[in-house]
Design a protein around this ligand. Structure first.
Ligand code: ADP
Ligand code: NI
Length: 215
């Protein structure tokens, strides 16, 4: 089957699977990751079909969507088999997706160009204006406050986590979001991440100014 035809089918499948998501993995997150993947593909050598299909499917089996169980393999196998992709191709896609996840990728860098690209594309969607919006949406969903001055860093070094197990959303910037720019794999994503990072820093500066916690 042609890639475009597969993507039509996959899009409908994804729309259905991600429709009830409230963990930050809604359908539009998937579309944005695909768009980021397309941008990065303009600058990197990789298998375009594998990168794009992996981007479309990267969150489909995520444990957060399935009550704590990773279902990547069991969902992707039948789907891609029904679209007539061969076994070895499907195994490559599953490997790419496993390597993309933040936890795995944090300590173990991805091994294929496709996994590097999709991981960057996914991480780009966690930073910048979209990343800020997603963080507060996630925090709201968990019933967390935006900001708690008692959880302010006493001494802030960029990219370091300052308090563990705190519950305000602003803390998530320090435990994860401000670190992501240094974890990009590809040069173009590093450049895009830098812009989005600067925007987050400006946002935080303004937030502290408006709340009177800017020293
Ligand atoms: P991934 O997309 O890599 O699976 P997560 O599932 O950890 O990442 O997060 C999905 C979205 O929710 C991201 O935008 C992330 O920044 C946000 N998020 C995750 N944990 C928190 C948190 N503790 N506070 C605020 N936002 C969070
Ligand atoms: Ni994702």
């Amino acid at each position: 089957m042609e890639l475009d035809d597969s993507i039509q089918t996959i899009r409908e499948y994804i729309k259905n699977k991600h429709s009830k998501d409230n963990s930050g993995h809604d359908y539009w997150h998937i579309e944005r990751v695909v768009t980021n993947t397309q941008k990065i593909l303009n600058y990197e050598k990789a298998d375009r079909t594998k990168a794009l299909l992996s981007a479309w499917l990267h969150d489909i089996g995520d444990y957060k969507l399935h009550n704590g169980t990773d279902r990547t393999k069991e969902l992707i196998y039948p789907l891609l088999s029904s679209l007539e992709y061969p076994k070895s191709f499907i195994e490559d896609i599953i490997k790419i997706i496993k390597e993309v996840s933040y936890m795995g990728g944090y300590n173990t860098p991805p091994t294929s160009p496709e996994a590097k690209i999709v991981q960057d594309a996914d991480r780009l969607d966690a930073i910048g204006a979209v990343g800020i919006a997603r963080a507060f949406a996630y925090g709201g969903n968990k019933g967390r406050v935006l900001f708690d001055p008692n959880e302010m860093p006493t001494e802030y070094t960029e990219g370091t986590s300052y308090q563990k197990n705190t519950s305000c959303t602003i803390n998530h910037f320090y435990e994860k979001l401000l670190k992501l720019k240094d974890l990009m794999n590809t040069d173009i994503a590093k450049k895009m991440a830098q812009e989005r990072h600067s925007f987050m820093q400006k946002f935080l500066e303004e937030f502290y100014k408006e709340t009177g916690y800017d020293n």
